[in-house]
Design a protein around this ligand. Structure first.
Ligand code: FAD
Length: 125
């Protein structure tokens, strides 16, 4: 693939990944259980090891060391991720995003049912 093709693919991958990550934190429970907190923490650490763009993964691992995932509530997690994304934006000379606009920007289209209702009802089975 040409250099331009590679860059276009990296940009598309980054954009899609950020969309997924922000949508996840904005659907994360308001008051998570310890298991849910551990799951979110693991998710980000595993992503930082497995992210397909190697240089991005290495930079993300460094960022997670400086700014460990904040998992105590939906708001905390969403604002933490917004801050981390802004750190990447700054390094790449992209505009800084106003984290007050998070809720209006990300809508998963999945209705009002809480994200943990599936795992909690499965636990009860
Ligand atoms: P993106 O940064 O992809 O953002 C997409 C949209 O999200 C924006 O248009 C805006 O509406 C919104 N947004 C922007 N900032 C925020 C924020 N702080 N909070 C919430 N929403 C926001 N690319 C590299 O070249 N080098 C790297 O080292 C690198 N590391 C990356 C690490 C990770 C974990 C990820 C997911 C991506 C990384 N990328 C990296 C890709 C890069 O961050 C961009 O995704 C890519 O360059 C496309 O940029 P974009 O201008 O479309 O906006």
């Amino acid at each position: 693939m040409s250099k331009l093709g590679n860059e276009t693919a990296k940009v598309a991958l980054g954009r899609a990944t950020w969309k997924l990550l922000h949508t996840i934190t904005l659907r994360y429970p308001e008051t998570p259980s310890q298991d849910e907190r551990d799951a979110l923490d693991s998710y980000f650490h595993l992503l930082s090891r497995l992210y397909p763009c190697g240089e991005c993964a290495a930079e993300f691992q460094q960022l997670l060391k400086r700014f460990p995932p904040q998992t105590s509530s939906r708001r905390t997690a969403a604002l933490w991720l917004c801050h981390v994304h802004n750190q990447v934006n700054e390094r790449l000379h992209k505009p800084i995003f106003d984290c007050a606009h998070l809720d209006a920007t990300y809508d998963c289209g999945c209705g009002d049912s809480p994200v943990n209702s599936v795992s909690r009802s499965a636990d009860a089975d």
